[in-house]
Design a protein around this ligand. Sequence first.
Ligand SMILES: [Zn+2]
Length: 261
Amino acid sequence: MFKTNKFSRNTFRHPYTKDSFILYKNVARQYKDKEILSYVNSIIPSKIKELITISKLNSNNVQILKSLLDWFKQDYMKWMDSSSSNNVSKNIKCQNCNKPLHFSIIKGISWRIRMNEIYECLNCNSKIIFPRYAEIKKIANSRIGRCSEWSILFGAILNSLYVETRIVQDYLDHCWNEALIDGKWIHVDSTLAYPVSLNHPHYYEKNWSKRYKYILAFSYNSVDDVTSSYTIEWQNVLERRQQDNKKENIMESFKNFYKEI
Ligand SMILES: [Zn+2]
């Protein structure tokens, strides 16, 4: 259970939820689990593995990362559409009636299944259930998701190839990975098409008009503020932060809580 008395009540106001910290801690734990990593490693095509045995994965060897990213996006994973308005899905249709489906969410009871998305046809009562898994093997088997599932699994794939990887969350609406290559944390986003999927940290700010406050990176041992790597408007980030919390050192509270869980 959480010891809520150790940090201020405001620290974890939306969007920096405790649930997200518990989720990413458990993802980081799975990244250290040999059995899970070996399972994930077995889904990588042998063609790509051969490339890796020939030469080590480092920054001079972008070709291997490109092959992995291409395979993952184009062949392995499917994207689950999320567009809906007034609880009606826009692009997901009933297989029988071809009508838009009614959309609702049932909250999960642990980090393992964060929630279930229910898509229901009000005409014929058929249902599609999309469980939002955080267990890596379940994502590897279901092969479908959005940036959460993609980043959780792709991070595991890199970790299974001995490339240390962590999850990065911008607390706006996106998450991705960072891979430790030649001693530096490099931006990796398996949901984007190469080359912007690799080492294009300013992509979101430029193209998606992101207005960051805190971008956090979750490793096994720590949560780190990595916002400065993703912005060329640092002064604006600082101003946004000041509007939010005048007194408390929010990163310190985050770090303390992350250690405790
Ligand atoms: Zn129907």
